[in-house]
Design a protein around this ligand. Structure first.
Ligand code: GH3
Ligand code: MG
Ligand code: MG
Length: 385
């Protein structure tokens, strides 16, 4: 049977309040009350009574001063006179309640006007309660306490919301991140590629995918143990991240396979980039507790637009096919989809052996499509150095 064991009890996060004359409302420090009135006598009277009850009092002599005080330090409650020169109490309420940067501050209007009209206007303006002058102190104290209780609940609720939203963003981050390398995980990468591809298609901008796979990585595990294998993967992730631009996405696609998404990048530029990364890995000495080792990496590169790449899945498959050829033809190399080396190796193995490959601008940007690059424009120039 499910018991209350799993349930968060109210007391765990609803604030406790004693209902006594405790001016701290269970928060450990006295509540701060701002008294606003244009008559100093009224202020001093209220100040004396409330201070005697343990509240911490701040004062303002008009609406403008009141707004300035609140902007400086938000009080826990405001006792606000209605009739004041220039900015009256109603206007102060309106402005404070419209300010979304402020926490919830209960406002009790105090007015000499015992008319329903004024009460309604005050409450409509956003005041939380009102009290009529001449002030009955016992009643005022009860209303102050009641408002401070609501404030404590509201603050706890806001705090709880902040915590929940923090936890939510942590969870979201976890759902998108590979825990070992802290790179994007496969699901998130695929999501990003979908978006990137759609964006590229819309704007007729190129997009490239590089798939990388460590060579003979199994032997690292077999020789040095799985933990050292993990160290190598983490280190490789760091190298990839360092070589990539800010706008590129770098992720872990599978065990020792990594994927880079390069927006605005044509095939040539993506191959140059992959070659640079491959060299960086080859030159790197992986250090671990008790030794060092060297590794190489193979890469497959593909880019859109390409006559044989119709969609996102085809783009990934093209990069994967190229990676396969890189492995088959000796590892530690970058193979470009549709290159001579690729085609020689895959001849007779393609799904469509009659497919003619035309990589001219005409094929990539058919006449009438309108948005192809202008004559002489270097499509690679905008991509990477
Ligand atoms: P190839 O050059 O053909 O890619 O050879 P390889 O040994 O790298 O490839 P293979 O697919 O035979 O082995 C991949 C190895 O990667 C096997 C698997 O145990 C290891 N691996 C996958 N994920 C992890 C991981 O998170 N940590 C560690 N330490 N090893 C992993
Ligand atoms: Mg007045
Ligand atoms: Mg491998």
């Amino acid at each position: 049977m499910g018991t209350s064991q799993n349930r968060v009890s109210r007391e765990q996060w609803w604030p406790r309040y004693s209902g006594s004359s405790d001016a701290t409302m269970g928060r450990g420090k006295p509540a701060r009350i701002l008294i606003v009135d244009d008559h100093e006598d009224n202020i001093e009277l209220l100040r004396a009574r409330l201070e005697a009850r343990g509240y911490c009092i701040d004062t303002a002599m008009d609406g403008e001063q009141a707004l300035a005080r609140v902007a400086n330090t938000a009080p826990d409650l405001i006792l606000l006179d209605v009739m004041m020169p220039r900015i009256d109490g109603f206007e102060v309420v309106r402005r404070l309640k419209a300010d979304k940067t402020l926490p919830f501050i209960p406002i009790i209007l105090q007015t000499a006007l015992d008319s329903t009209e004024h009460k309604v206007e005050g409450l409509d303006a956003g005041a939380d309660d009102y009290i009529t002058k001449p002030i009955n102190f016992a009643e005022l104290e009860a209303r102050v306490k009641s408002m401070l209780r609501i404030k404590a609940l509201q603050d706890a609720l806001e705090e709880r919301e902040r915590e929940l939203s923090e936890v939510n963003s942590q969870l979201l981050k976890m759902a998108q991140t590979d825990s070992l390398t802290e790179l994007d995980n496969r699901r998130y990468l695929e999501q990003r590629l979908d978006e990137m591809f759609e964006h590229s298609r819309r704007l007729r901008e190129p997009v490239a995918v590089v798939l990388c796979d460590l060579d003979r990585f199994k032997s690292v595990n077999d020789t040095y143990g799985h933990q050292v294998g993990d160290v190598v993967l983490k280190e490789l992730a760091r190298i990839l991240k360092k070589e990539a631009r800010e706008i590129d996405r770098v992720g872990r696609y599978g065990g020792e396979e990594f994927m880079l998404l390069l927006p605005g990048t044509v095939l040539d530029a993506a191959v140059t980039f992959a070659e640079r990364v491959r060299k960086a890995v080859e030159a790197h000495t992986f250090s671990f507790d008790g030794g060092t080792l060297q590794r190489t990496m193979s890469c497959g590169v593909a880019a859109w637009p390409h006559p044989r790449i119709a969609d996102c899945d085809a783009l990934v498959k093209a990069a994967d096919d190229a990676l396969y050829v890189a492995k088959e033809t000796g590892r530690n190399r970058v193979i470009r989809f549709d290159s001579q080396a690729f085609n020689e190796h895959t001849q007779g193995k393609t799904d469509d052996p009659h497919a003619e490959i035309d990589v001219s601008d005409r094929a990539l940007y058919p006449a009438g499509a309108g948005d192809g690059p202008a004559a002489g424009e270097d499509r690679g120039a905008s991509t990477r150095a």
